[in-house]
Write a protein that binds this ligand. Structure first.
Ligand code: AMP
Ligand code: GLY
Length: 430
């Protein structure tokens, strides 16, 4: 079978890396891919949001399965287009993809399905938002923390966790009046701020059967000790000691299953990945968000531990036969550290030569997944904010982290920065 993967980040590199190992697959394309993906698949210069061009490509190249990485094409209806043309594609259609593309839709679904989540208020005007915020601080005191979210997609940057009423007002102003996220800020969700360890639980589903993947933990802040601005994710690890098996089972029972059932009741079947971002608070599990796709960088640490073939799992979701698909995991740990361009998540320069890739990728139990990279002559240069993820696999989180940081130690580019504390809290907990 021929497989087309859509996207060009570390998540897609990990997907391609795993898919090419499948005996069911003889050719893998990736649109648009990156310099690392080009080493194991055929890259195609089509943008992920050029939906009709992607469908044309899949049709003319006899692609038997298309796998969508990022959220934007899902929200724009790529699955609807492919399905209307009789093309097999892994991912939810645009309607259920609102579970990620609209924070208000997601919160309303959680409330109606009884899924544990913080108190929230959906606001359509700045006045309404400022009223809710005033009431919030009147009830909880001036030092309280609050969360302000743009309703629509904002590349992972639409969420502000702030302290005090003035900062909350400022966040509302930025989103709704200055419109820094454009139309994504036409509506906002104001939320109670929760505290605790976060975990990412991705599950593959055909709308009935739910196959959870190993849980992982992302590190969203740019700097060590969770300081600095939110990013797309600076590193991840699995397993998550803060989410032992009984708590994971509870999350699947109380969060993932009811969400899929609630979507089913709306008459809009869900197939693909449902990703729950959860928080383990003193009051128990709470749901932070849902995503309608694989996480990045979570996928880079989870897939290396998947012993069985990924492709039957993807096909089972598309074809509604997931129940019969066997899944085996390696009893190991994985830690992934993202190397980013200086300045990310703000402005950064690209085109910096990356040294040491060949050495790092030949180290034992070390994988280098590319994100923003491109080939320039015989060199590989940076081409994005997040540049690559180095993943170490080992018997324990400690071994895995040592491998990842050892691998990263061989890689260099001008103004490269990375967090030095990926998995550190988990290691302390152990
Ligand atoms: P989201 O895009 O909704 O996952 O939000 C990005 C990040 O903001 C999350 O990973 C959390 O760290 C933080 N966050 C979002 N909602 C809340 C909340 N209600 N309480 C505390 N932190 C939150
Ligand atoms: N790493 C967070 C995400 O993929 O949304």
């Amino acid at each position: 079978m021929r497989v087309l993967v859509i996207g060009g980040g570390g998540r897609e590199h990990a997907l391609v890396w795993k898919i090419v190992q499948s005996p069911l697959v003889h050719r893998v394309y990736c649109a648009p891919g990156n310099a690392g993906i080009a080493q194991c698949a055929e890259c195609v210069a089509i943008r992920p949001t050029d939906l009709n061009a992607l469908a044309d490509f899949a049709e003319t190249h006899n692609v038997g399965l298309t796998v969508v990485g990022p959220e934007a094409p899902l929200a724009a209806g790529i699955v609807d287009i492919f399905e209307s043309r009789g093309l097999r594609i892994f991912g939810p259609s645009a309607d259920p993809a609102r579970i990620e593309s609209s924070k208000a839709f997601a919160r309303q679904l959680m409330r109606s399905a009884g899924i544990p989540c913080p108190e929230f208020w959906i606001c359509d005007t700045p006045t309404e938002a400022l009223d809710r915020i005033r009431e919030y601080f009147a009830a909880r005191g001036p030092e309280a923390r609050i969360v302000i979210k743009a309703d629509g997609l904002a590349a992972g940057k639409g969420v502000s966790v702030v302290q005090g009423e003035a900062a909350a007002q400022e966040a509302v102003h930025r989103i709704m009046s200055a419109r820094v996220f454009g139309a994504a800020g036409d509506r906002i969700v104001v939320e109670e701020c929760l505290h605790g360890e976060e975990a990412s639980i991705m599950a593959v589903t055909d709308g009935k059967t739910v196959v959870p993947l190993l849980p992982s933990q992302d590190h969203k802040r740019a700097c060590d000790n969770d300081q600095g601005p939110n990013t797309g994710g600076m590193g991840a690890y699995t397993p998550v000691p803060a989410l032992p098996p009984p708590l994971l089972a509870e999350a699947i029972e109380r969060i993932l299953h009811p969400a899929i059932a609630a979507i089913y009741e709306l008459g809009i079947p869900y197939q693909g990945v449902l990703y729950a971002g959860v928080m383990i608070t003193d009051q128990g599990l709470q749901t932070i968000e849902f995503n309608c796709r694989f996480g990045d960088p979570e996928t880079q640490v989870v897939l290396p531990l998947l012993q069985s073939d990924l492709v039957p799992l993807l096909l089972g979701a598309v074809d509604g036969t997931l129940e019969a698909v066997p899944v085996q995991w390696r009893d190991s740990a994985a830690v992934g550290v993202v190397a980013a361009s200086g300045g990310y998540p703000g402005d950064y320069e690209v085109g910096k030569v990356i040294a040491g890739l060949d050495v790092a990728s030949t180290l034992p139990d070390t994988l280098v997944f590319h994100s923003g990279t491109r080939q320039q002559g015989d060199q590989i240069v940076t081409d994005g904010g997040r540049v690559l993820t180095v993943v170490g696999v080992g018997a324990t989180l400690l071994d895995a982290a040592a491998r990842a940081y050892d691998g990263l130690g061989h890689i260099h580019f001008d103004r490269m920065h990375f967090r030095k504390d990926i998995a550190a809290r988990a290691l302390k907990l152990l």
